[in-house]
Design a protein around this ligand. Structure first.
Ligand code: NAD
Length: 247
């Protein structure tokens, strides 16, 4: 069986849940060797075992800057090289601007931006020339929804960072692109105590396609960007958002 990622090795942060998990499963189905990271050991073990011999799970917190080199070393030690890095781990917190504390701000910045920045740096040090980096952004980089100030600032910065990295890494033929989800049916808001009904009621009506997206729909996009089919695409931001940011 030939897959679209045969011979590739990938590292996916936040690969034990939601969008990252769907990406990990799709990548393995398309022939890649995949290392996932996350914070919860039980779901890391569950996903890693479902990926079989071509999967590996590592418990790691992206806000621990000292952890990034170790994670990349383990991914390369297991599968011999690194071709694809998906910087996907993230949190979303709805907090009105005036109620946002310094601790709230630091938490989301440390995970969504600083953790992503130094994760990519560690990955690039071991990545093969010709590799692909996919950063999980969000529609909030181009839309201003209330109560998402710090979160949106991280995703706007991720989009900007992709332009610079695409430029700087072009000499090594490493492509850097952003995959920007709209509202997707994952646990991300539930972790903050926000019920699925609230998301359906408040977000679905603003989506032209009138439904939440599914993690698999982001896996389709990540697969394309990671594969050689996207060989002439770098520095770009693709929205899989039911039209939220486009219409
Ligand atoms: P999710 O909560 O199901 O998954 C988040 C993942 O990030 C988990 O695997 C978790 O372990 C990991 N993670 C969070 N903090 C971490 C940390 N400190 N260290 C290591 N891993 C950490 O949510 P999801 O919706 O799949 O989110 C994935 C990405 O998609 C995030 O970057 C999020 O901002 C982005 N996104 C999601 C939506 C949506 O509606 N679900 C919309 C736009 C963007």
């Amino acid at each position: 069986m030939s897959g679209r990622l045969d011979t590739k090795t990938a590292l996916i942060t936040g690969g034990n849940s939601g969008i990252g998990r769907a990406i990990a499963e799709r990548f393995v189905a398309e022939g890649a060797n995949v290392t996932i990271t996350g914070r919860d050991q039980a779901t890391i073990d569950e996903v890693a075992s479902s990926l079989g011999d071509r999967g590996q799970g590592i418990r790691s917190d992206v806000s621990d800057m000292a952890s990034h080199a170790d994670v990349v070393d383990k991914a390369v030690a297991k599968f011999g090289k690194l071709d694809v890095f998906v910087a996907n781990a993230g949190i979303a917190e709805m907090i009105p601007f005036l109620e946002t504390t310094e601790a709230d701000y630091d938490r989301v910045m440390d995970i969504n931006l600083k953790g992503l920045f130094f994760g990519v740096q560690a990955a690039v040090r071991h990545m093969n020339d010709g590799g692909s980096i996919v950063l999980t952004g969000s529609v909030v980089s181009v839309k201003g929804f209330p109560a998402f100030s710090a979160y949106s600032a991280t995703k706007g910065a991720v989009r900007t960072l992709a332009r610079v990295l695409a430029s700087e890494l072009a000499e090594r033929k490493i492509r850097v692109n952003v995959s920007s989800p709209g509202p997707i049916a994952t646990h991300i808001f539930g972790r903050q105590g926000i019920e699925r009904d609230f998301i359906e009621d408040n977000f679905t009506q603003m989506v032209p396609l009138k439904r939440l997206g599914e993690p698999d729909e982001l896996a389709n996009l990540a697969l394309f960007l990671a594969s050689d089919e996207a060989s002439y695409i770098t520095g770009a931001d693709f929205h899989a958002d039911g039209g939220v940011a486009q219409v």
